[in-house]
Write a protein that binds this ligand. Sequence first.
Ligand code: SAM
Length: 239
Amino acid sequence: MPSKIRLYVDHALGRDQTVPLDQGQAHYLFGVMRKDAGEVIEVFDGHSGAWDAEVVEARKKAGLLRVTKQVAPQRDPPDLWLLFAPIKRARTDFIVEKAAEMGARRILPVQTDFTNSERVRRDRLQAHAVEAAEQCGGTFVPEVAEIARLDRLLADWPAERRVMFCDEGLAGQGAELPVEKGPWAVLIGPEGGFSDAERSRLAAMEQAHPVSLGPRILRADTAAVAALTLWQTRLGDWA
Ligand code: SAM
């Protein structure tokens, strides 16, 4: 049996709740996926698990669902942020999509000294995170923050949050991730790598742990997936 269509809705869910659909959702469900009144899909709101919902009204530009029963509990990812320097658009989209699938709780694009990217549109990236959550069976959607300067973020960095600083300068040197539980952030640099000033700033931070991702220099999108995998297997919900 094909798996049910999943839809994220920005609407608190509960039994018998009705959920209005916006034009984009109605187009997707009724125009693209050919759903009709009486059919059942799965919905989630990012906070209260996954629910079955029946289509009550199916119109071209709008629609209505009625929530019937809960089918999965809420499952939040571990307290892991991904900080990354945006690169080309398609690769930035890839990083956001993979971070959502792999269980990052927040995604923070950062402007570093050598960041060289097109304009970053937060709403587009957030939509990619939503799509990834719908596709991977998750019940949580990571928030994508507005782009911020890395030096400003680090100047006000929370004392309890460790940083897995993926430093290409350590490639092949075997610098490992320490097994310390608690809130973490993974930091991935741009194509040009980190500047000396950024390295010194990070070296001075107690929370920062420089790590190597193996003997080869990875592209930033590959590095993000590799770092999230490493963190999840050592400290996260794959451990
Ligand atoms: N231009 C840089 C150079 O040639 O050294 C490479 C930057 S790399 C394409 C982009 C980012 O991926 C780096 O800033 C780092 O965060 C991460 N990265 C790539 N390979 C890595 C490795 N072997 N160890 C640690 N981090 C790595």
